[in-house]
Design a binder for this molecule. Structure first.
Ligand code: ATP
Ligand code: MG
Length: 352
């Protein structure tokens, strides 16, 4: 065996550390990178890539590419390589992972990072390999995968290595991952392709059907965040939006209310609530008892719709809380997971 230098982990110069490790939340909507040594999120950009339609060359990634969405000239397409929480396009996903890793570490870096990447629970074996390989070819020394729900639980401050049941509901943009975790492993889980972005689509469809008005994704998201609610408000709120009238083809303003938004998104909300109940039904009794004591933790941007925890509490008769850093729990958890490799069961790994 090669003798390890005893100085390897001891020497440090100010502002320069020998070890580098990062956690990556590869989300449908946004990709976040947490730098463990800096103890902060160092990148938070949309998971969007702009590609030349003919040459397939990657033209822009992240924020720059998102700004191109919907307004690209014919030869450029702006794509979200991860759709509905799965990898819709390998090559572009790989290009995106590489771009983000390189952006965080710079091109010429002597020290290869260790990377923990979050993926949805139901990603296939082939997709997992693709993600791991992308990280290695982007310059990682070692790459690991952890499912979003387990990472979200860690990031939300749950001690997942304890011998007790914890339920986490991570509602992202493209997928909702529900899991009961105990002793570092996932005991029961379910992933559905209904999450935050579906609410936007619901709102677009509703406004088209009810008001003959066509609105874009950005407007729908604004409506959801501003006046969306999961249970009826005591006092209805309204906002003025602009869209294109389908009858005249002309731009037109419209006033829309919270109760209309609730009407629009109700089925999607219900689908998520039903799935949570199904996971509860499959949970072993001992662990159910723990969940009765400790309640459910919600994370992910999709759970930030007003009154969503209240809706879930009403339907499950359990205590439900929204994680303090709902949009960041997954990436924080990925960072923390690198310290807990010994207690986390079933972690996929690749090494260069
Ligand atoms: N304040 C808010 N209220 C309601 N929804 C919100 C709010 N902030 C963000 N969202 C929604 O959260 C979703 C994105 O959440 P998140 O960043 O957790 O997803 P993701 O991790 O990229 O996706 P996934 O986990 O499905 O791959 C989007 O649909 C966004 O519109
Ligand atoms: Mg997510």
């Amino acid at each position: 065996m090669k003798k390890k230098s005893k100085f390897k982990f001891n020497i440090s110069f100010p502002g320069f550390k020998f070890q580098k490790s990062i956690g990556i939340d590869l989300g449908t909507a946004n990709t976040l990178v947490y730098d463990k040594q800096k103890e902060k999120i160092v990148l938070n950009e949309p998971s969007v890539v702009a590609v030349d339609r003919e040459t397939k060359k990657v033209l822009a990634v992240g924020k720059e590419a998102k700004d191109m969405l919907g307004k690209t000239p014919d030869h450029i397409m702006a794509v979200r390589p991860l759709r509905e929480g799965v990898i819709a396009d390998y090559d572009i996903t790989e290009a995106m992972i590489k771009y983000f890793i390189k952006k965080v570490f710079g091109k010429f870096n002597m020290i290869l990072p260790e990377v923990m990447i979050c993926v949805p629970i139901e990603v296939t074996g082939v997709e997992k390999r693709a993600v791991l390989e992308a990280a290695i070819s982007a310059g990682a020394k070692r790459a690991y995968l952890i499912e979003e729900a387990r990472a979200a639980a860690l990031g939300a401050g749950i001690d997942i290595s304890a011998p007790e049941g914890n339920m986490i509901v991570d509602i992202g943009g493209g997928s909702t991952d529900i899991a009961v975790i105990s002793l570092g492993g996932t005991i029961v889980s379910k992933s559905i392709r209904i999450a935050g972005n579906n609410f936007d689509e619901d709102i677009i469809k509703y406004i088209k059907r009810r008001h003959n008005l066509l609105i874009g994704e950005k407007t729908a998201e604004e409506i959801k965040i501003k006046i969306g609610t999961a249970i009826p408000l005591e006092e209805d709120e309204t906002m003025i939006i602009k869209g294109r009238d389908l009858m005249t083809g002309l731009p037109k303003p419209l006033e829309i209310s919270s109760s209309e938004v609730l009407d629009a998104i109700k089925d999607s909300l219900d689908a998520i609530v039903t799935s949570v109940k199904q996971v509860l039904e499959k949970t072993p009794p001992e662990l159910s008892a723990d969940i009765v004591d400790k309640g459910i933790v919600m994370a992910g941007g999709g759970s930030m719709i007003r009154n969503f925890p209240e809706l879930l509490a009403k339907n499950t008769l359990l205590n439900v809380v929204l994680a303090e850093n709902a949009l960041e729990s997954v990436v924080l958890g990925a960072g923390l997971a690198l310290d807990k490799l010994d207690v986390l069961r079933k972690i996929e790994k690749a090494e260069r």
